[in-house]
Design a binder for this molecule. Structure first.
Ligand SMILES: NC(=O)c1ccc[n+]([C@@H]2O[C@H](COP(=O)([O-])OP(=O)(O)OC[C@H]3O[C@@H](n4cnc5c(N)ncnc54)[C@H](O)[C@@H]3O)[C@@H](O)[C@H]2O)c1
Length: 397
């Protein structure tokens, strides 16, 4: 089977569902249809996206024999039940992050995916910026020496005002942790991916600065700045910001700040890895370049360029240097890796892409973060017993 023979369907037709549809087309997958929150919404979005079919229900989607892969891009509270239904229907699944609402749910998905032998992926797309793939291999090859300090931030500003609203603000839809789950999940996964080290313990401080918000009475698109005249005042229980100290199982120490209320920061994931022989830093708002720090010679800027990157970076790059790649391209690179396994009929023995195991591991870290903030102390990440089946890092590409 080749990629052109594979049919996919996308659940959710919002901000990121649209990106999935367009990226799938770019890699050559046939998008058979979409499922919206209602048959009417699905039909309107299918028409706007030029997708041939809107399934009226999830059962209709799952009974379409021409669909072999389903992408779950609905709000977080639906991921577990929908991904479970997809696997039970014998279809491969790509699920958005966070994989689930709790580690028990994500653990269940890991077990089910293993039992079915189907391809499963969590969409930690930020791994697929070519310079992050390059960094992972460079660290594994010892280019930075011993990794000691892992620091950074993930800042956005789209929830700065009390009139900003989204389903993510409702714990029953987005999860008990908001900023950490929504964007911190990417940073935490990326650092485990690049360093090859798991977060082993955390000391977290979570703050809700905006304790009440105005919820519009009508629907709100993600990242929309339109304001509704009619609103209801809602108490907010989830964090606007998080500051977290980290210990990694390979000996590294770290610290990350996460915020959805930082004026001017639209989508800034920054990290720096300081090793004994050099340092590496990257910012998602300037994704085509990385900073490489040295003690005894001038520092370097590496512009993404297949001719200058290692094999892992080259594999994720689509364009020559100087032809800027970005957010969309990460989805394409990720999907190419996932669909190679779909075309082969099942997961390879050590998939290079983030599987449900990676999504589950991030949930375990998140539970430790929540507990640490609640109890005001360091908390170890619990990868014991039944949960440990998912606690591994995929091998570098
Ligand atoms: N990987 C990334 O970079 C990234 C970026 C943004 C969002 N996400 C994730 O994607 C998911 C969706 O986020 P978004 O920003 O696109 O939200 P969104 O609100 O823009 O879109 C969600 C869509 O799901 C639809 N929906 C609701 N209930 C549904 C149901 N029962 N069946 C089918 N569709 C349903 C909604 O109508 C909406 O179109 C979240 O889990 C989020 O964490 C990932």
């Amino acid at each position: 089977m080749t990629i052109a023979d594979i049919g996919a369907a996308v659940i959710g037709t919002g901000f990121i569902g649209t990106v999935h549809v367009e990226a799938l087309r770019r890699v050559g997958v046939d998008v058979r249809g979409v499922l919206g929150s209602s048959p009417e919404r699905g039909a309107a979005r299918a028409s706007a996206l030029g997708v041939r079919h809107a399934y009226p229900t999830l059962d209709d989607l799952l009974s379409d024999a021409r669909v072999q892969v389903v992408h779950v891009t609905s709000p977080n509270d639906l991921h577990h039940s929908q991904a479970r239904a997809v696997l039970e229907a014998g279809k491969h699944v790509v699920c958005e992050k966070p994989l689930a609402m709790t580690a028990d749910e994500s653990s269940d998905l890991v077990r089910l995916a293993a039992a079915t032998g189907l391809v499963n992926a969590t969409n930690f797309n930020i791994r697929y910026y070519p310079l992050n793939q390059h960094a992972r291999k460079a660290v594994a090859d010892g280019d930075l020496g011993e990794v000691r300090l892992v620091t950074g931030r993930y800042f956005q500003d789209w929830l700065l005002l009390d009139s900003d609203w989204n389903w993510r603000l409702q714990p029953d839809r987005g999860g008990a942790l908001r900023a950490v789950g929504d964007i911190g999940s990417h940073w935490l996964d990326l650092m485990t991916f690049v360093t090859g080290q798991h977060v082993s313990s955390v000391m977290a401080d979570l703050t809700t600065f905006i304790e009440t918000r105005q919820e519009p009475t009508g629907p709100v698109e993600t990242f929309s700045t339109d304001r509704s005249a009619e609103t209801m005042t809602r108490d907010i229980a989830t964090e606007d910001t998080a500051t977290i100290l980290l210990r990694f199982d390979g000996g590294a120490r770290g610290a990350v700040s996460i915020s959805q209320i930082s004026p001017g920061r639209k989508n800034s994931l920054v990290y720096e890895i300081d090793g004994s022989d050099g340092a590496w830093s990257w910012d998602s708002e300037q994704p085509d370049q990385a900073w490489i720090g040295h003690r005894e010679r001038p520092n370097e800027i590496l512009i993404r360029n297949p001719a200058l990157m290692n094999a892992a970076g080259q594999a994720a790059a689509a364009l020559p240097g100087g032809h800027v790649e970005g957010f969309f391209d990460t989805f394409c690179a990720h999907f190419r890796a996932v669909y190679a396994d779909v075309a082969a009929g099942g997961p390879s023995s050590s998939p290079g892409y983030p599987t449900f195991a990676a999504g589950h591991d991030e949930m375990l870290v998140r539970e430790a973060i929540a507990r640490s903030a609640r109890e005001g102390r360091w908390v170890d990440v619990d990868r014991s017993t039944a949960r440990s089946d998912a606690a591994h890092v995929e091998t570098p590409a």
